[in-house]
Each structure stands twice: as structure tokens, then as C-alpha cells.
Design a protein around this ligand. Structure first.
Ligand SMILES: Cc1cc2nc3c(=O)[nH]c(=O)nc-3n(C[C@H](O)[C@H](O)[C@H](O)COP(=O)(O)O)c2cc1C
Length: 366
């Protein structure tokens, strides 16, 4: 049997195989961030299709951290029953589910809220200038992360995934490109790590030591004088020391060619584009469970990377939008690359009618 189908643990959870559905913003929530029937249907299909664990699309911890109009919310206890229904439909298929918890910072779309960040810097993903957060606001946000995590646990989901990548608030604090503060929240690498550290501690306090808490980490941001891979790997080491249960390795602030969501992955050479980041992180974190995301398309390459020890899981995002049942197909012997090829289109289409595969549609104007 391929290692892709051998069980492996994250904290107390034994995942039945190595396939994780990586987070994709659903753009399907109700006006106050409620879970909808469309979300239940979308995720049940992926759970039924054989994934071991689903990382939900990012959800806001505080109303002022809502990044886009139809984003899912975790800011209010009234949202717990909807989240519980989501956990229930996923659990029917022997699949785990983590909520990705986030604050949009200055990566805000559709004029949702005021763009904010550690320092008044333009977010390269949106072109929006951040207003510098006051220390008291930073404290409130850290508290909101803890409260959101408590709701996730109460709703019966299996774990938390902190969004620590892609130009949202936590990654703005770690990067010297966007954090120019000279108070206790900025300066050297350890001070720039402080926000993430306190977010992690607030979550841990709210959910307890036995509940899985993972992070999607931007290990390098590719900005001038931004977060280097060396420092990103040290951030991973600090989180491992603090007690994080797993790291999903990503990168980038921009969504451009060098960013987190690269398009036109049509050859093996273009696949696994963050593998060098995993190679930098692995020696710093020992046996901590890692998952690699970014352009993974060929099962034999996924198998090879796991066998070599660079990662324990593979996280796929766009391929699951295209083929909810791709894990069952691979298990049944379909070993050629997954069929997501027009991989720029679901992203462009998602704001309009909610997330769906747009491979067969003409490109939309984002
Ligand atoms: C439509 C869309 C929405 C996304 N939303 C999120 C998100 O909510 N949180 C996140 O961490 N990454 C998000 N991503 C990035 C993916 O999780 C993933 O890192 C990236 O697409 C590369 O993986 P892939 O090549 O398997 O698609 C999104 C990507 C796409 C295409």
C-alpha cells in the first residue's frame, strides 16, 4: 500500500490517510457569517470523496477582521449551531474538520471593514494602506482569537488552524516588510513573533492542551526586505517549542506568479512549489507533523515527498474544488495528475456565486 494511504496522527487525531483539503474561502456564508446549506453540500462531497481532514476556508474571529463579504464568521455564539451541522456532515464520512481562524488585517476585499495592520504599509495583495493598530486593539484581537477557538471546540469540530500566511494580520506582524513597530509588537524577530505567540497562547488557553491546534505558516514572503526563509523556519521552530500540533507550509504575501496561489501548474517541475520551504522547516521542527501545500498534482510526487520525510501530509486546495472524490479515485488506482488544470478560474469566480470549479467557464473579470 502506498504511504499516501497509511494513517498518521495530528495530536490525538489519527487521520486515515495523508490527504488534507487545504482551506479555500467559500464565499457562501449568510449575511452575519452563518454556515449555509451550500457549505454543507460542498464539504460533505469532499468528505465522502475520501479526504482524511478538511481545513475549512478562513473565517473571521472579529467583525472588524472580516476580509470579504460572504466570509464565514466565528465571532458570535449564535453561529455555533451552524458550525455543528457542518461538523456533523463531515464526520459522517470518517473525515476530520479544522476551522481556519483569521483576522483580515489589510487584506480586505469589497470594502468590508477598515484595513488595519501593525504599521501603515500598503498591502501588496490589495493595494490598501493599513491603519496602524493601537496596543489595546491588538489585545482585543488576541482575545477574539481565543473566543473564536472556544466556539469551534464547542461546535464539535476537531481542531483549529491559525491563518499565519498570505498577507492577513498574523503574517503582517511577522514580516519586517509590513511590521515597522518599535514598541513591544515589533523590532527584532522575537518581537515580530510576539503577536502570533500570544494568539497561539490565547487559543490554547481557550481550548486546552488536548485539542489540536495547527497553523498555516507563510515561511517566506518574497517581499523586499520581507520575511526570509531562515527567519520563517525559526518561526516554525518557536511554534513547535510552544506546543503547536502541526504546521501546513505555505508562503507569499502576493497572489502573483511568486505567491501562494500559482497558476498554470501543467508540468511536474511546476508542482510542489513550496517544497524548498518544507526542506528549510523540517530540520528545525524534528518530527512535528507537517503538511505541504502549493501546486501538488501528481500522486507519485506526493508519495515521493512524504517518503523522503519532507512532509507527512499533502494539502490540496484547487484539485478538490475540481474533483471532490479525487482521493477515492487515487486509492482506486488513478495515478495520473489530478484534473485541475485551469487553476486560475475558481479564484476569479468565487466572489460572484460562491466557490465552485470554473475550469469549463471563460475567465471572469476578478
Ligand atoms: C479560491 C481559493 C480560495 C482560497 N482561500 C484560502 C483561504 O481561505 N485560506 C488559506 O489559507 N488559503 C486559501 N487559498 C490558498 C489555498 O489554500 C492553497 O494554499 C493554494 O491554492 C495552493 O494550493 P493548490 O495548488 O493545491 O490550490 C485559496 C485558494 C483558492 C484558489
Amino acid at each position: 500500500m502506498s504511504i499516501l494511504f497509511e494513517p498518521y496522527a495530528i495530536g490525538k487525531l489519527i487521520l486515515k490517510n495523508r490527504f488534507i483539503k487545504s482551506s479555500t474561502a467559500e464565499s457562501m456564508a449568510g449575511p452575519d457569517g452563518e454556515v449555509t446549506q451550500d457549505m454543507l453540500d460542498f464539504y460533505e462531497a469532499i468528505a465522502r470523496g475520501g479526504a482524511a481532514c478538511i481545513f475549512l476556508g478562513h473565517a473571521f474571529v472579529h467583525p472588524l477582521g472580516k476580509a470579504s463579504p460572504k466570509m464565514t464568521g466565528l465571532h458570535d455564539d449564535r453561529l455555533i449551531p451552524g458550525l455543528r451541522s457542518l461538523a456533523d456532515v463531515i464526520h459522517r464520512h470518517d473525515c476530520f474538520v479544522f476551522a481556519q481562524i483569521n483576522h483580515g488585517g489589510s487584506r480586505i476585499q469589497g470594502g468590508c471593514v477598515e484595513p488595519v495592520g501593525p504599521s501603515p504599509v500598503v498591502n501588496p495583495s490589495t493595494g490598501l494602506l493599513a491603519r496602524e493598530l493601537r496596543s489595546s486593539e491588538i489585545r482585543d484581537i488576541i482575545d477574539a482569537f481565543g473566543q473564536a477557538a472556544r466556539r469551534v471546540r464547542e461546535a464539535g469540530l476537531d481542531g483549529i488552524l491559525i491563518h499565519g500566511a498570505h498577507g492577513y494580520l498574523a503574517s503582517l506582524f511577522t514580516s519586517p516588510f509590513t511590521n515597522h513597530r518599535t514598541d513591544e509588537w515589533g523590532g527584532d524577530a522575537s518581537k515580530r513573533f510576539r503577536f502570533l505567540d500570544e494568539v497561539y497562547r490565547s487559543i490554547r488557553k481557550a481550548v486546552g492542551n488536548d485539542y489540536p491546534v495547527a497553523i498555516k505558516l507563510g515561511a517566506k514572503d518574497d517581499m523586499p526586505d520581507g520575511l526570509s526563509l531562515e527567519e520563517g523556519a525559526k518561526v516554525a521552530a518557536r511554534l513547535a517549542k510552544a506546543g503547536i500540533d502541526a504546521i501546513e507550509i505555505s508562503g507569499g504575501i502576493l497572489t502573483s506568479a511568486a505567491g501562494a496561489i500559482r497558476s498554470n501548474i501543467l508540468s511536474r517541475e511546476q508542482e510542489a512549489y513550496f517544497l524548498p520551504y518544507a526542506k528549510a522547516v523540517r530540520p528545525k521542527v524534528g518530527k512535528l507533523p507537517l503538511s505541504l501545500v502549493g501546486g501538488l498534482r501528481s500522486p507519485d510526487l506526493m508519495e515521493e515527498i512524504i517518503m523522503e520525510g519532507w512532509t507527512d501530509f499533502v494539502s490540496l486546495a484547487r484539485p478538490f474544488i475540481c474533483e471532490a472524490d479525487l482521493v477515492n479515485k487515487i486509492r482506486a488506482g488513478r495515478w495520473e495528475p489530478v484534473s485541475c488544470t485551469r487553476d486560475d478560474r475558481c479564484r476569479a469566480g468565487m466572489g460572484r456565486e460562491g466557490l465552485r470549479c470554473c475550469c469549463d467557464e471563460e475567465p471572469a473579470v476578478p
